[in-house]
Design a protein around this ligand. Structure first.
Ligand code: H2U
Ligand code: ZN
Length: 344
């Protein structure tokens, strides 16, 4: 199977990915382009995220010293104006719409304009995890909120508008489509086996070993068996945890350490600050108990062959389904061979 075209099923979404390893049999031509190392100042007076600066909407940032959050001035979601009934989809109607409410937050990871996650110390990243948990608690206190998406868009190629290290949180009144897929798959597995899908999956990956990246006392990072993006990664906890608030102090530090190791391997791959969209998936809130849910974090980086050659999800992928050449095992081998600390 490993050298001929085959399909793999993403157990989390139920969707299939086409793998064509024969197309990457040609020898690796991984010359690193000399991409000019970007030098940024620790503080940039023109940055709307740096401490003390004024944002586009006229608001002034706090003189913050650690991670800090504010409500997005150009939020995609706003609190519902009506206190009454939401517009309900009409069954069978072809033109359906419903009210969508919520809140969007921006999280500055550090007051330092010139750092990224792999360049931050583990305790400083753990402080970001603390803030994620605090924000999650506060946002989920609103009974109208049903899902909280914590994520980071990194790099211009991902549409990130500012190099100051930051992420976002969108809390919505609805459960978004990617979460609905994972909810369904995890529920089916839990109903059938009485265990969470991702705990069983982690056991299978640990037994197989070939896609593992880093392991510590509380977390494992790996290239998933069903990865779509060339260097996609998944971070899994070793115990059953539904949301970020449940992590103990030791787990927060271990998560910080594994995030630092993964993002450092990424930077070392092509010798650049590696772009990605990353985010955690966790149980919906205010919808009763969710025993089938296991917290996890996805990394979707677009780069394929070098600092500038990215994978495009176009053509067959837009019209039919995702496809990859490099196998997840090859991707894991390459990432594993790199230092887990940033080497430049
Ligand atoms: P991205 O770089 O991932 O787009 O995130 C930056 C966010 O910061 C973006 O969502 C918000 C944008 O709306 N923002 C503010 O809230 N205030 C500003 O003054 C500029 C940008
Ligand atoms: Zn800044």
């Amino acid at each position: 199977m490993s050298s001929s075209p085959h399909r793999r099923r993403n157990a989390l979404t139920g969707e299939w990915v086409l793998v064509s390893p024969q197309r990457s049999k040609r020898p690796w031509q991984g010359q690193q382009e000399q991409v000019q190392a970007e030098q940024r100042p620790a503080y940039d007076a023109g940055c709307y995220l740096c401490p003390g600066n004024t944002r586009a909407g006229g608001q002034q940032n706090a003189a913050y010293k650690g991670p800090w959050a504010f409500t997005n001035d150009f939020a995609a979601l706003e609190p519902l104006q009506t206190s009454g009934m939401a517009d309900r989809p009409v069954p069978g109607a072809l033109l359906q719409a419903e009210e969508a409410g919520g809140t969007c937050r921006v999280i500055c990871f550090s007051p330092r304009h010139d750092l990224t996650l792999p360049q931050m110390e583990v305790p400083a990243i753990a402080a970001v995890v603390d803030l994620w948990a605090e924000e999650f608690s506060q946002l989920s206190a609103d009974p109208g909120i049903h899902y909280i998406q914590i994520f980071e868009n990194k790099g211009e190629v991902m549409g990130c508008s500012n190099p100051h290290p930051h992420g976002q949180i969108w809390a919505s009144t609805f459960v978004p489509p990617e979460i609905e897929k994972e909810d369904r798959q995890q529920r089916l597995h839990h109903d059938a086996h009485g265990r969470t899908l991702l705990e069983d999956y982690l056991a299978a990956e640990m037994a197989d070993g070939v896609r593992l990246l880093d392991t510590n006392e509380h977390f494992v990072s790996l290239v998933p068996f069903w990865a779509t993006w060339p260097f996609e990664a998944l971070v899994l906890p070793k115990r059953h945890v539904q949301t970020v608030v449940e992590f103990t102090q030791a787990e927060r530090e271990a998560l910080a350490a594994i995030l630092k190791a993964l993002t450092s391997r990424y930077d070392n791959l092509f010798g650049v600050s590696f772009p990605y969209s990353a985010g955690m998936h966790q149980a919906p809130v205010n919808l009763g108990t969710q025993p089938h849910w296991q917290w996890h974090m996805h990394f979707y980086p677009p780069l394929l062959r070098s600092a500038t050659v990215k994978k495009f999800m176009v053509g067959y992928e837009m019209l039919a389904g995702p496809q990859r050449d490099l196998t997840p095992e090859q991707a894991a081998e390459r990432l594993r061979a790199l230092p887990a600390v940033r080497s430049f």
